[in-house]
Design a protein around this ligand. Structure first.
Ligand code: HEC
Length: 236
C-alpha cells in the first residue's frame, strides 16, 4: 500500500503550496493595510484622514473623467488612503516642495493646478487642513463624530446640513457643470432637493449612493438629515 501513500502525499502537496502562496500574497504591502475603525472622540487639534481629508479628495477630484478608479487620469486615484499613497509621489512627505499632492493643489498655473480651471481651486481652509494633516504624519486615521451618542433632533441647516454638503458634495455639485445637473451651492438649491425627496434617497441608495465614490454617511447623520427634512428643511 506504499504507492497509495506516495500518491496521496504528492496529490496534497500542490494544494498546500497554493494555500501557502495565497496567504502571503506578494502584492499586499504596508500600504494596503485596511482602513482604521471609526472610534474614539474627535480631538479638535488633530486632522483625521477619513473624516476630513478623504471627503475633500472624493468631492473635488474623483468626478467622472478624473481621479476615480475607472478613469485614473494620469494614473492617479484619490478614492482611498491606499490609492492616494500608491499613485501620488511623496503624498506623505512633510517637505511641501516635494509633496506632489500639496504641489498640485497650490500650482499657480490654473491649468496645472488641481482641481484645474474652470473648477475653483480648493479653499484656503481646505488647503490648510491638508497641510496640517501631512504635518501631523499623514496618517490613515478616523474618529467618531457622534462619540457619546446620537441626538437625531440636533439637526440644523447651519451646523449640520451646510457644512456637510460643503465638505462632501460641493466639489461635484457646484460650478458651471455640476454632476448630474444637480447644484447644491446655496440654501434654495439644497432645500429644493430636500423637499423633492432626492436628497435623502440619494444618500440612502444601496449602491452608487452620494457622496458618489465616498463612504456612506454614518447612521446618525442620516437620521439627523431625515429629521431636518421632516421639519420642512428650515434655514435654521
Ligand atoms: C464625485 C462626485 C459626486 C459627489 C462627491 C457627490 N455627487 Fe451627487 N451626483 C453625482 C453624479 C455623477 C450624479 C448623477 C448620477 C446619479 O444620480 O448617480 C449625482 C446625482 C445626485 C443627486 C440626484 C439624484 C437623483 O435621484 O436624481 C443628488 C440629490 C445628489 N447627487 C446629492 C449629493 C449629495 C447630497 C452629495 C454629498 C453627500 C453628493 N451628491 C456628492 C456626483 C457626485
Amino acid at each position: 500500500m506504499k504507492w497509495f501513500k506516495l500518491v496521496s502525499i504528492l496529490g496534497v502537496l500542490p494544494v498546500c503550496l497554493i494555500m501557502v502562496s495565497c496567504q502571503h500574497d506578494p502584492f499586499i504591502g504596508p500600504n494596503m493595510l485596511p482602513d482604521p475603525p471609526v472610534s474614539g472622540m474627535c480631538d479638535p487639534d488633530s486632522v483625521y484622514f477619513q473624516n476630513q481629508i478623504l471627503p475633500i479628495l472624493v468631492s473635488n477630484c474623483t468626478e467622472s473623467g478624473c481621479h476615480n478608479l475607472q478613469d485614473r487620469k494620469e494614473g492617479v486615484v484619490l478614492d482611498s488612503y491606499q490609492n492616494l499613497l500608491a499613485t501620488v509621489e511623496d503624498a506623505t512627505n512633510n517637505d511641501f516642495e516635494k509633496n506632489k499632492l500639496i504641489r498640485a493643489i497650490l500650482d499657480s498655473d490654473p491649468d496645472d493646478r488641481m482641481p484645474p480651471a474652470p473648477n475653483a481651486a480648493l479653499s484656503t481652509a481646505q488647503i490648510d487642513l491638508i497641510k496640517r494633516w501631512v504635518s501631523q504624519g499623514a496618517l490613515n486615521n478616523a474618529c467618531d463624530e457622534n462619540f457619546g451618542g446620537c441626538d437625531p433632533t440636533d439637526a440644523k441647516y447651519s451646523s449640520l446640513i451646510q457644512p456637510l454638503i460643503q465638505a462632501k458634495c460641493l466639489g461635484c455639485h457646484s460650478g458651471n457643470n455640476p454632476q448630474g445637473g444637480v447644484k447644491l451651492s446655496n440654501y434654495t438649491e439644497i432645500k429644493a432637493y430636500a423637499l423633492n425627496g432626492k436628497l435623502y434617497s440619494s444618500i440612502t441608495r444601496s449602491s452608487s449612493w452620494m457622496p458618489l465614490g465616498g463612504a456612506k454617511l454614518d447612521e446618525c447623520s442620516l437620521q439627523r438629515i431625515q429629521a431636518w427634512i421632516q421639519l420642512g428643511a428650515p434655514e435654521n
